[in-house]
Every structure is written in structure tokens, then in C-alpha cells.
Design a binder for this molecule. Structure first.
Ligand code: OAD
Length: 233
């Protein structure tokens, strides 16, 4: 089957084997940092230096790693697919685009993007963001924040995502714990529309019961296997 409309949602698990920490593992990012200290607008207002430090480290690390077989397999699937194909990622790294994915939405923002709170402009950003940063557009000082969707903020591109979910035939969730809404609810929107639903994850996610089918194992193994089946069926 190489046709039909597909929506794929990915989370931190797909980048784990590239060497990026997930959030909720025993050694994950949210074990080492409190969400309310580094991933809320209130935290940024209170202590921008700490928030910048956290995302500067993430940006640096994300630049040191490479896409893995799971990222590459999804790019291959998209390149050979005849129906609509949308990849929605909660990840803020750039591993999907570096692997060749095209129709991709970063619903939680991107590490390599900055957002100026003075002029509202968003722009590409490399390197550290430090508190005294300067906006490349309006040149205001210290007003650029990471272009990351923090807790309490609205994820990006929700209209396009909801529209794609409402007309998809297959929804696949890869490497996400299903702990954070609205992404965790996509499976139910797709199911309501009548789509088949598949979960590929190391272990059952919180929303596991909503999926018709499950493949448990490392993404770098399970995703290429599934993609090969999709492209030969
Ligand atoms: P989590 O850390 O919550 O979940 C990662 C999931 O990936 C877990 O279910 C793991 O079992 C699974 N996993 C780990 N290694 C894997 C591997 N090699 N192959 C397959 N699966 C693997 O990360 P997310 O679900 O992405 O939001 O977290 C969702 C959101 O919560 C993030 O986007 C972030 C976080 O707070 C914001 O920062 C706004």
C-alpha cells in the first residue's frame, strides 16, 4: 500500500538513539531539571539566564548528533508515498529535516530559531542565546527568547495538524510517552475520523489503549522495518 493519507507524530524517543536525552526517562531532562524552572514563560521572566543556559546546552548537543535510521526511514517513506504525508514532531531538534523529511511541522518549536519579544519576529539562530542577545531584526537587546513552546503556551500549526488528522487514513505515533496534550490526543482525533492507528515505541505509552496496533522496540529498528513493509505491500 503506497497510497492513502498518513499523519505521523514523533517524540523524543525517535532521537534517543542519535544521542539526545528524552524527557521522562530515569536519566531524562525532566529528572535533572524542573519544568517550572526552565520551560515556562514565568521561568523566563524570572531567570532568563537559567532558561538560556538550559536551551543553549540543548542547542549545542543537538548540533553534535546525527539523524538515525528511524529519521532516515521516515524521509524514505515520504519520498515514495503517493497520498498526503504529514510528519508532526514534538521534537525541537532538526534531525528530521537533516534526514530529508519535507512536509514537517515542529509543533513545539525549534532550537535553531529565535523569537524577539520586542518586534515579534522569528529568525534562524545558531549558537548561544545568552541574556544580552541582540535581535537581528530590530536590534533590541536581551529580548530574544528560544522559539520553543513552553508549558502554558499554544503549540504551533494546530489548524493544519487538526485538518490533516481529520482526513488521514493512518495515524502513527513514534517515540512519545503520550504525557503531553494536545499531541497525546491526536490518536483519538484520527480514530474518530476512522483512521487506523499504530504506535511504535520502546514500551507502551500512556495512550497505548487507543492504538489498533503496537510495535514495541527501538525506533532505529522498528521504524525501518515498518517502512520497508509499507513500501513493499
Ligand atoms: P518523553 O520523554 O515523555 O517520552 C519518550 C518516549 O520515547 C517514551 O515513551 C520512551 O519509552 C520512548 N523511547 C525512548 N527511547 C526510545 C527508542 N530508542 N525507540 C523508541 N522509543 C523510545 O518525550 P515526549 O513524549 O517527546 O515538550 O515528550 C513530549 C513533550 O514533553 C516534549 O515535546 C516536551 C516535553 O515536556 C515541551 O518541552 C513543550
Amino acid at each position: 500500500m503506497k497510497s492513502g493519507n498518513i499523519v505521523i507524530l514523533t517524540g523524543a524517543g525517535i532521537s534517543a538513539e542519535s544521542g539526545l536525552q528524552t524527557f521522562r526517562a530515569a536519566d531524562g531532562l525532566w529528572e535533572g531539571h524542573k519544568v517550572e524552572d526552565v520551560a515556562t514563560p514565568e521561568a523566563f521572566a524570572r531567570d532568563p539566564a537559567l532558561v538560556h543556559q538550559f536551551y543553549d546546552a540543548r542547542r549545542k548537543r543537538a548540533g553534535e548528533v546525527e539523524p538515525n535510521e528511524a529519521h532516515r526511514a521516515l524521509a524514505r517513506l515520504e519520498a515514495n508515498w503517493n497520498g498526503d504525508f504529514l510528519l508532526v514532531t514534538q521534537n525541537v531538534d532538526a534531525l528530521h529535516e537533516r534526514a530529508g523529511s519535507q512536509n514537517l511541522l515542529h509543533m513545539h518549536g525549534e532550537l535553531n530559531s529565535g523569537w524577539c519579544l520586542a518586534c515579534g519576529e522569528r529568525f534562524a539562530w545558531e549558537g548561544d542565546m545568552v541574556p544580552g542577545n541582540s535581535c537581528p531584526n530590530c536590534h533590541a537587546s536581551g529580548m530574544v527568547r528560544p522559539d520553543i513552546v513552553w508549558f502554558g503556551e499554544m503549540p504551533y500549526e494546530m489548524e493544519r495538524i487538526e485538518a490533516a488528522l481529520r482526513k488521514c487514513d493512518l495515524f502513527v505515533s513514534i517515540g512519545t510517552s503520550g504525557a503531553v496534550y494536545p499531541a497525546a490526543g491526536f490518536v483519538q482525533t484520527a480514530k474518530y475520523r476512522g483512521a487506523r492507528t499504530l504506535e511504535i515505541n520502546l514500551d507502551p505509552s500512556m495512550g497505548s489503549l487507543f492504538f489498533d496496533a503496537h510495535r514495541h522496540g527501538p525506533a532505529s529498528v522498528e521504524v525501518p522495518k515498518w517502512v520497508a513493509e509499507m513500501l513493499t505491500a
